[in-house]
Write a protein that binds this ligand. Sequence first.
Ligand code: SAM
Ligand code: DTB
Ligand code: SF4
Length: 314
Amino acid sequence: MDHTVPETPLAGALDLFELPLNDLLFRAHSVHRQNFDANRIQASTLLNIKTGGCSEDCSYCAQSVFYNTGLANEALMSVDEVRAAARAAKDAGADRFCMGAAWRSPSDRQIGRIGEMIAAVKAEGLESCCTLGMLTDSQAQKLKDAGCDYYNHNLDTSPEFYSEVISTRTYQDRLDTLARVRDAGMKVCSGGILGMGESRADRAGLLITLAALDPQPESVPINMLVPIDGTPLEGTPLMDPIELVRTIAVARILMPAAYVRLSAGRESLDEAAQALCFFAGANSVFFGERLLTTPNRDMDADTLMFERLGLKTG
Ligand code: SAM
Ligand code: DTB
Ligand code: SF4
């Protein structure tokens, strides 16, 4: 039996990927149990508070001005609309509310409005999260002061593959925003997308880069590409679910204390594959009928699945 386990997790991330699946799962699940209640998952609900018209060229995205995806642009929502959505999410059982905006970076005026939204979300008894693009130091501080608990800003892929996916901002820009979020005292939510044509080495590279952040991110969303018609990644075949399970397991081993979120793409996964992801160390999901512009799994189906698997939320 080959139980070759790398001496240092960072240097050996690729070796971890290549372990026999049972060995990898055993190792990841053991780490998971040492750090978390293995039967509890965290549930975040997403709301796209500003839709479309984004000036970045992320080749997976429905909201970029570079691609004709048929999406209608919408202005920034009102605070009342956000409050109503947050209340519904809380009633449905979510514990965190994540507000996403299709911006390259917000203006200072927009940050003021977002501050009011964060206050409304917190007043409903939810944790708050924002994902608004790149931030300045003072914007990060304003969000923190308004009560923003988490800021989501994904590295998306490895440093090497990144330029195949986005040309309008650099990997370093993303790392700089993450540093500003950390310095302002917010918790960091950063992960990536699988299934964009990257190699296994790129998946390992993404996880190595995330795990090298000091401190490590508290939250790591692992998205599977949702292929959007009209984008350069239209028609990309769905990735192998076992490779997703492996990626989650390696994320769990490299970032033992992070919440690893099984994020976009759950609609295309059957419950057996999702159960394997939870065993591999995923302990968070997006809960709610929509992601940003695409549908998510039905909430009733999710609630039944959690019961079936004996998973508690909250
Ligand atoms: N505009 C901000 C930004 O890019 O940071 C916030 C919103 S953006 C849509 C948030 C993240 O959603 C992206 O970084 C990407 O990882 C993920 N995402 C967007 N479109 C996706 C898709 N079609 N499939 C999977 N993940 C996607
Ligand atoms: C993240 O990592 N995934 C979410 C959230 N952060 C903002 C977004 C997924 C978007 C999926 C495609 C869409 O709905 O447009
Ligand atoms: Fe804009 Fe974010 Fe979409 Fe990139 S992922 S095009 S930054 S909304």
